[in-house]
Design a protein around this ligand. Structure first.
Ligand code: ACO
Length: 332
């Protein structure tokens, strides 16, 4: 019997730090509004010359090194992104593989928006447990700034760029494994959060009961308030389900590492589980919402701060466009 383990974690943050005050120059917004409603104070944006694959390759290189592996030891590469270098092909996973000198192994992208990293964990865990692969490189890489409408104050202040990567490896030791991953989706709410391109097919009228105007400009559009309400309800139900299914009490969680979209969403879930402040990992203030990169970036943040120890029990959750959502329980 094979188990899958999180063997290493790494992240990469682009260099340009953008404080809330920068948006005050061009938009009817304020540092106070953004901080109060979201918790976000700064985010980092990639340079024009950097694609999400460039951010991803930096995180991936470090994850391979921290796993004490060579690129040639990797037998599958999967990338989650909503902001790939190329809309349809080639995939970011192929681009990242090539930049790492990895050839002749499978590589593909997945589309699950902000839930991308949880989906990656589910796929990697299944492939490892089936015996198909031994060392899987998973990457959440985002240049969300490339799909932001900088005239829309309701979305452009929320997001940041970055990448996180992990090596998921085969182990025989259940005590250091990924215990459970739950993923789900409901396409009925697709048009509450989307990036419609000019060439895209319009969603059918019954795809949602909200019927708001969609602008086909390739930029991220969100009904934030409606997403917020659905996200809180869904995330609470999802984490309660995964905990009870695995007979784990919230107090046994060492680190709760949620997708970093909004401090108020994170706190609502934390309060429902009666988690202590010390159990909740927060990076949203610093990086904003980096979509599929946010969870691995947050895990790496506590790794770099020496707060992550072997054997720690992690609870992850995420919610994003689609809608998609999921949660995971794993030992480090
Ligand atoms: N500055 C100032 N005012 C603003 C701003 C801004 N940046 N943005 C919106 N407002 C205004 C609105 O226009 C509105 O004004 P009105 O009352 O005159 O109409 C008012 O603030 C309140 O707007 P709401 O949308 O109701 O504000 P809310 O408290 O819901 O906060 C937010 C908005 C932060 C977007 C919140 O709804 C949220 O976090 N939603 C969830 C986001 C999320 O989790 N997305 C999923 C993951 S992302 C992914 O998958 C890619």
């Amino acid at each position: 019997m094979y188990y899958a383990s999180l063997r290493s974690i790494a992240s990469f943050t682009p260099s340009r730090c953008v404080p809330n005050s920068e948006f005050e120059k061009t938009l009817d917004t304020s540092d106070e509004w953004i901080t109060k409603r979201t918790g976000i104070r700064t985010r980092y944006f990639a340079l024009d010359s950097q694609g999400s694959s460039d951010l991803g390759v930096e995180a991936a290189r470090l994850a391979i090194k921290r796993a004490n592996l060579e690129s040639s030891d990797i037998d599958l590469v999967i990338c989650a992104t909503l902001s790939p270098d190329f809309a349809a092909m080639p995939s970011n996973a192929c681009l990242i593989s090539a930049k790492l000198g990895i050839q002749n192994i499978p590589a593909f992208d997945i589309s699950a928006a902000c839930t991308g990293f949880i989906y990656l964990l589910k796929i990697a865990k299944s492939f490892i447990e089936s015996g198909a692969y031994q060392n899987i490189l998973i990457i959440g890489a985002e240049k969300v700034s490339s799909v932001l409408d900088f005239s829309d104050r309701g979305t452009c202040v929320l997001f940041g760029d970055g990448a996180g990567a992990a090596i998921i490896s085969r182990t025989k030791d259940k005590a250091e494994s990924i215990l459970d991953v739950h993923i789900s989706a409901n396409g009925k709410y697709a048009d509450l959060l989307m990036t419609p391109q000019k060439a895209d097919k319009a969603p059918s009228k019954d795809s949602s009961d909200t019927n708001h105007d969609i602008h086909y400009n390739g930029k991220l559009q969100m009904k934030g308030n409606e997403v917020f309400k659905y996200a809180v309800r869904t995330l609470i139900a999802d984490v309660e389900h995964i905990l009870s299914k695995n007979a784990i009490s919230p107090k046994d969680i060492t680190h709760f590492i949620p997708h970093q979209a909004n401090l108020r969403i994170i706190n609502a879930v934390g309060e429902q589980l009666a988690l202590k402040e010390s159990q909740i990992v927060l990076t949203v203030q610093k990086y904003g919402n980096t979509s599929a990169a946010s969870i691995p970036m947050a895990i790496d943040e506590i790794y770099r701060e020496h707060r992550l120890k072997k054997g720690d029990l992690l609870l992850l959750d995420a919610f994003g466009g689609g809608f998609t959502w999921g949660s995971a329980l794993l030992h480090f």
